[in-house]
Design a binder for this molecule. Structure first.
Ligand code: NAD
Length: 499
């Protein structure tokens, strides 16, 4: 009810928003040094929102030098933990005060439904900041076993300058998965948002200053991957690249690190996550909800999307019927309409990629059960309805490649062995789920699934407290939890001989 109240008249308020367009370097809002801008288009209607500073290597050089200076003079890392904690809590307060503005910016930039941006994206981003604000003074070192005349201990020290390169699907939330723990450990950060969705990162760059983060500690450089992103990845004075995005760019980042200063790299990449429903599923309605929203939430633009549904033959028809019943109520709609739960795809290019995968699946002989076409073309925006293909072979393109859009591949199996073989037969290993009442099967299968996240009887059922990241080609390094703090730190051993 509270959400409905907040959503009332929100479309009118979108028109009155100031849209951020400048980089934030050294505490100041600045254009790109070249003066270049890029067109920021809303997927909602294909119309120009604003022109955003298009940063390149010159801006990245300046941002990195500024971040380095801030790190070396200790204006942030030298502050007592209690003071750092206060700044991060003030930031969370400010994000809360600006929640509607941030949700609108997110929805306009990405095409995600405003009700989700307001109820999920921005609240989770705020929770991330609060969690790391509270965690930052709970990072303990170790005391080693030493002879009586020596004291040896190990402490965590910040790495220095972190380059954070983030995607467009949850722009503010993904940015804060990196920025919050990196700042909590005392680092300086240069954040490069995705060119499709720069606005909330730019607003974040302003709000951190208002919260009391010293200028130069967080710098935001909007721009393209091949220019701003590449310059950051190849920079000799960046200590680490923390990345979320595609595997192809992840590969380039590792090469760039190897060819420059051997900076550390952490990669959160894609997935082709299986959700397995066994005949002994404790709640078929709940499994159907999870099967539907597990892949169609955020228009399928989710790295953990449950894009392969593996169903035991004996319950397959029943489960699919229930999934299709849910689908009958859900159609692509205007992201700014408060009732919309499924919005636009992020760009024309992404829509065309999704449509190409749909064509390929048809050509390979998969049975189309739902959707399969562009809709709302008259709006000028980029919409594809939820799409389901049945009777797929795990070797087919749709079962192997990440679509990053609203397309579900349904496969069937006869027994647990076959289910686990199919689930693990993928290059990816981000998430996996299973539904069963058999506690032995649940434990055994959870251990055998090769994925960084395994959910039993509930999709995406964990939060900031648990590490997030992949096995295999889904990347390495962990976001969320205390492990993310350690990612932005080096471990130093100190030994004192007592004389
Ligand atoms: P992308 O890899 O194209 O872009 C991600 C970021 O990398 C953007 O900021 C982009 O500008 C930048 N980039 C592009 N080329 C670059 C280059 N040569 N050098 C440096 N930076 C460069 O991915 P995307 O299309 O924005 O996002 C979709 C992908 O992200 C999917 O594969 C999805 O699974 C993955 N993803 C993973 C997670 C996760 O946590 N594992 C979360 C969200 C998205």
């Amino acid at each position: 009810m509270l959400l409905e109240l907040k959503l009332r008249g929100i479309e009118d308020r979108a028109g009155a928003l100031a849209l951020p367009s400048q980089a934030v370097i050294g505490g100041r809002q600045v254009p790109a040094r070249s003066g270049a801008t890029f067109d920021n288009v809303s997927p909602r209607d294909g119309k120009l929102l604003n022109r955003v500073a298009s940063c390149d290597h010159a801006d990245v050089d300046l941002a990195v030098a500024t971040a380095r200076e801030a790190f070396e003079d200790g204006r942030w890392r030298g502050q007592p933990p209690g003071a750092q904690k206060q700044v991060l809590h003030r930031l969370a307060d400010l994000l809360e005060q600006h929640i509607e503005e941030l949700a609108l910016l997110e929805s306009l930039d990405t095409g995600k439904p405003i009700r989700e941006a307001l109820a999920v994206d921005v609240p989770l981003a705020i929770k991330t900041v609060r969690w790391y604000a509270e965690a930052l003074d709970k990072v303990y070192g170790e005391v080693g076993a030493s002879p009586a005349n020596r004291l040896s201990y190990a402490i965590y020290e910040p790495l220095g300058v972190i380059g954070a390169i983030v995607p467009w699907n949850f722009p503010l939330h993904m940015a804060l998965w990196k920025v919050a723990p990196a700042l909590a450990m005392g680092n300086s950060v240069v954040l490069k948002p995705a060119e499709q969705s720069p606005m909330t990162a730019l607003r974040l760059g302003e709000l951190v200053l208002e919260a009391g983060l010293p200028p130069g500690v967080l710098n935001v450089v909007p721009g393209f991957g091949e220019t701003a992103g590449d310059a950051l990845a190849r920079h000799h004075d960046v200590d680490m690249i923390a990345f979320t995005g595609s595997g192809s760019v992840g590969r380039k980042l590792m090469i760039a690190a190897g060819q420059s200063n051997l900076k550390r790299v952490s990669l959160e990449l894609g997935g082709k996550s299986p959700q397995i429903v066994f005949a002994g599923c404790p709640d078929l309605d709940a499994a159907a909800e999870a099967a539907f929203w597990g892949v169609f939430y955020n228009q399928g633009e989710v790295c953990t999307a449950a894009s392969r549904l593996l169903v035991q033959n004996s319950v397959k028809d029943e489960l699919l019927d229930r999934v299709l019943k849910i689908a009958a109520e859900v159609h692509a709609g205007d992201p700014l309409d408060p009732s919309t739960r499924f919005g636009a795809l992020v760009s024309e290019a992404q829509m065309n990629t999704v449509l190409r995968y749909i064509e390929t699946a048809r050509a390979e002989g998969a049975a189309l059960k739902l959707g399969g076409a562009r809709v709302r073309k008259e709006s000028g925006g980029y919409y594809v309805d939820p799409t389901i293909f049945d009777a797929l072979d795990n070797r087919s393109t749709l079962a192997r490649e990440e679509v990053f859009g609203p397309v579900l591949a349904v496969l069937s199996f006869t027994d647990a062995e076959e289910a686990l073989r199919l689930a693990n037969d993928t290059d990816y290993g981000l998430a996996a789920g299973l539904w069963t009442s058999d506690i032995n099967l649940a434990h055994k299968a959870a251990r055998r699934l090769r994925a960084g996240l395994v959910w039993v009887n509930g999709w995406d059922a964990c939060d900031i407290t648990m590490p997030f990241g992949g096995f295999k080609q889904s990347g390495f390094g962990r976001d969320r939890s205390l492990h993310a703090l350690h990612k932005y730190a080096d471990l130093k051993s100190i030994s004192i001989t007592l004389r």
